[in-house]
Design a protein around this ligand. Structure first.
Ligand code: IPM
Ligand code: MN
Length: 357
C-alpha cells in the first residue's frame, strides 16, 4: 500500500495563498510520480478570516492541525491589523506550542548569475543556518510602564535556557556531521556585549567536546554579517539564537539570489513540523500573480525530505536548480517577467522531463 501523508496547509495573508497554490501543485505532481499520496486540509487563518470572524487560531483547529504529519504555511501579516497580533497568534503559537525548536534555513546558490556578490559561485555559497526558534526576545516576556507618557519604560526580556540552548546546539553538531561538507560548526552570538550569551559559549564548548570530528568556529553577529558578504565560503553549518538567526538569514537569502527562493523548516526532530518560505506576505504584490513561488516550492521539498521522501525532495530541488541554471527562470524577484503560475508551470514541466528519463 502506498504511503499517505496528512498535510495541514495555512496559506495565510498577502502573497501566501498564491505561492502556496503552486507549492501544492508541485506536491501533488511529485507525489504521483513517486507513488505516495498527500492529503491536504486547508485552514483559512490569517487577516481576512480575522476581520470577518475575530478569530485568530481557535483551539479546536489547533488541535486538529496537531493530528497531521506536517504543516505547510504561506505567509502571515497584514497592514490592516495591529502589528504582531497574527504573527504571534499564528506563527509564534505554532513554533512555541509545538515546541519547534529548530528553524532550519539552507543557504544555497543554484546558479552563479543569481548571486549579487562578484566572483562567488555555487561552490562558495552552500551553508545552512540552525536558528533557535523558541526563546530569546521572541518568548514575549515584555511590558510597558507609564505607557504613552514621557516617562514610559518598555522592556522585553531576552531569555536563554540551558536546555533550549543545548538541544539546538546538539542538533547543529549532528547536522554538521550529517552534511559532511566542511565538518565545521560556527557559533554566531554577541557574547561580548550580551553577556547572557556566555551560556551559548559554554554550552557550545561542552557539547562540542562530544564531536571531536567537527571543527568549532565562532563569529560575533556583526562580524558574521560581514563574512556572509565577504567570504560566504567560510560557512558550513551555523548555529545561532532566534533573533540573530532571523536577521542573518534575510541577508543570507540575498546571496543565494533573493527571498524568492529561501525556504525554512520549523522542526522538532521526530515530531510534527512546519515548513514555510522565509519571505513575508508582501501585501503590495498580493493578488498580482507576480510573486515568485519557488521559496514555497523549496519548502515543500524540505517538508518531503523531513517526512523521509528524500527522492521526491531531491527531484524538486533538481528541477528548480535546472530551471535557474538554464535561466528559464531568469531571476528570483517579482521582476522576472514570469507569473506566479507560469513559474509553477515550468517546475511541473521540469519534473515531467525528469520523470521521463
Ligand atoms: C521569519 C519571520 C518571523 C520571525 C516574523 C513574521 C514574526 O520574519 O520567520 O523569519 O521574525 O521569526
Ligand atoms: Mn524573518
Amino acid at each position: 500500500m502506498s504511503k499517505e501523508y496528512a498535510i495541514a496547509v495555512i496559506p495565510g495573508d498577502g502573497i501566501g495563498p498564491e505561492v502556496v497554490r503552486q507549492g501544492l501543485r508541485v506536491l501533488e505532481r511529485v507525489a504521483a510520480a513517486e507513488g505516495f499520496a498527500a492529503r491536504t486540509t486547508v485552514y483559512p487563518f490569517g487577516a481576512d478570516h480575522f476581520l470577518k470572524t475575530r478569530e485568530i487560531f481557535p483551539d479546536k483547529a489547533f488541535d486538529e492541525v496537531k493530528g497531521h504529519d506536517a504543516i505547510l504555511l504561506g505567509a502571515i501579516g497584514d497592514p490592516r491589523i495591529e502589528i504582531g497580533l497574527l504573527e504571534f497568534g499564528i506563527i509564534a503559537k505554532l513554533r512555541f506550542e509545538l515546541d519547534l525548536y529548530v528553524n532550519l534555513r539552507p543557504v544555497r546558490l543554484y546558479a552563479e548569475h543569481l548571486c549579487p556578490l562578484k566572483g562567488k559561485t555555487p561552490e562558495d555559497v552552500d551553508f545552512i543556518v540552525v536558528r533557535e526558534n523558541t526563546e530569546d526576545a521572541y518568548a514575549g516576556m515584555r511590558g510597558f510602564f507609564k505607557k504613552g507618557t514621557p516617562d514610559e519604560v518598555a522592556t522585553q526580556e531576552i531569555i536563554f535556557t540551558r536546555k533550549g540552548t543545548e538541544r539546538v546546539i546538539r542538533y547543529a553538531f549532528d547536522l554538521a556531521r550529517r552534511r559532511g561538507r566542511g565538518k565545521k560548526l560556527t557559533l554566531v552570538d554577541k557574547a561580548n556585549a550580551v553577556r547572557a550569551m556566555d551560556l551559548w559559549t559554554r554550552t557550545f564548548e561542552e557539547v562540542g567536546r562530544e564531536y571531536p570530528d567537527i571543527a568549532r568556529e565562532h563569529a560575533y553577529i556583526d562580524a558574521a554579517t560581514m563574512w556572509c558578504v565577504k567570504n560566504p565560503e567560510w560557512f558550513d553549518t551555523v548555529v545561532t539564537s532566534n533573533m540573530f538567526g532571523d536577521i542573518l538569514t534575510d541577508l543570507a537569502a540575498m546571496i543565494q539570489g533573493g527571498l524568492g527562493i529561501a525556504a525554512s523548516g520549523n522542526i522538532h526532530p521526530g515530531r510534527l513540523s512546519l515548513f514555510e518560505p522565509i519571505h513575508g506576505s508582501a501585501p503590495k504584490y498580493a493578488g498580482k500573480n507576480v510573486a515568485n513561488p519557488l521559496a514555497t516550492v523549496m519548502a515543500v521539498s524540505m517538508m518531503l525530505d523531513y517526512l523521509g521522501e528524500t527522492r521526491a525532495a531531491a527531484r524538486i530541488e533538481d528541477a528548480v536548480a535546472g530551471l535557474l541554471r538554464s535561466k528559464r527562470i531568469p531571476s528570483l524577484g517579482s521582476d522576472s517577467g514570469l507569473t506566479t503560475e507560469g513559474i509553477g508551470d515550468l517546475v511541473l514541466e521540469a519534473l515531467e522531463q525528469k520523470a521521463a528519463v
